[in-house]
Design a protein around this ligand. Structure first.
Ligand SMILES: Nc1ncnc2c1ncn2[C@@H]1O[C@H](COP(=O)(O)OP(=O)(O)O)[C@@H](O)[C@H]1O
Ligand SMILES: [Mg+2]
Length: 458
């Protein structure tokens, strides 16, 4: 009990600059003991509505800080699950649940009133700023140990400022990054997770970031940008932008900024070219120039291209009847893409009563309707040149060389070269060496063949 009171008191002090008052303390004790608001109100000689009101604010504060929905009914069980202990200036809560665990260390305290955070006093302290509202909760996480290590080495050991995690949709970008963040919460003073699924103007994003850092916004865009880079310099921030491909143009080569989002290019460059101690992680299905760097000694940029999972573990818990062999075959067929595997597992359960071997005996590559809708979206993002290249590649059972493609397609050499590069930057086509051949993703090929068949039949 004392620890919960201390924890809440530190939190309120950090947020509001005031310690818990008697009423707040009685409310926390009462909620802990499972008493009704009416009982707590009677005991403190206050109205029930006032007690309810204050309790709601306290619960909200605690929920925000711990990233968990804390309510009156789960108050005690949640805190029992969280192992809270305090040392001078650091609290760590270890959340041990089935698959979800994270470290939490909110008490690196700052003086928010100062414009220059270098000059800080001990008054009016603020805790770490987290904004995780749009980040998924990871319940199950398999494999990807080496990818987690790579991210740690780039971000924590080598101070890489711009990291891109790239790959086809469903391959596990969001899951991997969230897992890494969960494991490294205590390494940053500010962590902000934003999705660009519905992209916004850079200026609005900057406003959002500054608001989370509780800065008063300056008037002009340039001043706000400067303000943000001041924060990046004086605090160790981790900013995560998911679904970045949405700021690129559909129907053109990959990674071309839509004109209204062109300023992002400058923003990404500034992140790498200016001196600060923060990091930006981008996740995208398409690569753009700013994500790739030929000379990483010159600029602190790295990109991690995610391939499919190879281990059978991903199928456990999907309720399938499988032996190791059939499980691995299924994974190989669906290129280890966890999203496709989830889709196909549902289908196997519905139609084959979960029997993987029976499904594999069908011997055809089944494209589920969810996959088809993903591929439709992907196909629509391609430029006309790329669409023609993939349709051509899909007609053959083997990879083709550039020369062979040129024979079949009436393109200029430059269009073909750009098209092939762009398709690789979308992870739809891969290159095989000696001799150089271009290979289309098998599932995408199957999808193209089925739409081709359908268009002939209709
Ligand atoms: N390493 C993993 N372990 C378990 N499930 C995973 C893993 N990676 C991805 N998934 C699951 O696959 C699906 C797609 O993953 P997601 O991270 O959203 O892909 P992306 O962001 O690349 O589109 C999600 O349902 C996620 O839970
Ligand atoms: Mg994602």
């Amino acid at each position: 009990m004392t620890e919960i009171l201390q924890f809440a008191d530190q939190l309120i002090f950090a947020k509001k600059g005031k310690h818990l008052d008697d009423l707040q303390e009685s409310i926390i004790k009462g909620v802990w003991d499972g008493r009704s608001y009416q009982e707590i109100a009677d005991e403190c000689n206050r109205s029930e509505s006032r007690v309810r009101n204050i309790a709601a604010k306290l619960l909200q504060l605690l929920s925000e800080e711990l990233g968990e929905d804390i309510e009156k009914t789960n108050f005690r069980s949640t805190f029992n699950r969280l192992n809270i202990f305090s040392s001078q200036n650091q609290r760590i809560c270890h959340v041990s649940g089935s698959n979800h665990s994270f470290n939490y260390s909110p008490s690196i305290l700052y003086n928010s009133k100062q414009d220059n955070p270098k000059i800080s006093t001990n008054n009016n302290l603020k805790p770490t700023n987290f904004d995780f509202k749009l980040a998924p909760k990871i319940i199950k996480f398999y494999n990807r140990e080496s990818e987690l290590k790579t991210l740690s080495s780039w971000i924590l050991d080598n101070n890489i400022r711009l990291i891109s995690v790239l790959g086809l949709s469903g391959i596990g970008k969001t899951t991997l990054v969230k897992r890494w963040v969960d494991l490294n919460l205590d390494k940053f003073e500010v962590i902000i997770w934003k999705s660009l699924k519905y992209p916004k103007f850079l200026e609005l994003l900057i406003d959002d970031l500054l608001n989370t850092c509780e800065r008063e916004l300056k008037a002009t865009r340039d001043d706000k940008l400067k303000q943000l880079f001041d924060v990046f310099t004086y605090k160790k921030c981790l900013i995560i932008l998911d679904d970045v491909h949405n700021i690129f143009t559909q129907g053109e080569f990959s990674g071309q900024y839509q004109s209204v989002y062109q300023d992002y290019q400058n923003f990404f460059k500034l992140i790498t070219e200016t001196e600060h101690q923060s990091h930006l992680i981008l996740m995208s299905q398409e690569q753009c120039t700013e994500m790739e760097c030929l000379d990483d000694e010159l600029y602190p940029i790295k990109s991690l291209k995610l391939l499919g999972l190879e281990d059978g573990e991903i199928l456990s818990g999907m309720g399938l009847k499988q032996d190791q062999d059939s499980g691995l075959k299924l994974i190989e067929k669906y290129q280890g893409n966890p999203m496709y595997l989830k889709d196909v597992a549902l289908l196997i359960k519905d139609v084959f009563d979960g029997n993987v071997a029976e499904f594999l005996a069908e011997d055809s590559l089944v494209i589920t309707k969810e996959m088809r809708s993903h591929f439709n979206q992907l196909f629509n993002r391609l430029s006309p040149v790329e669409q023609k290249i993939v349709v051509e590649l899909s007609k053959f059972d083997q990879p083709l060389s550039r020369g062979e493609l040129r024979q079949h397609l009436d393109f200029s050499s430059i269009d073909l070269i750009n098209g092939l590069q762009s398709l690789q930057q979308r992870y739809l086509v891969s290159k095989i060496k000696d001799p150089i051949l271009f290979n289309l993703s098998l599932l995408f090929q199957e999808y193209l063949r089925t739409i081709e068949k359908n268009s002939i039949n209709s």
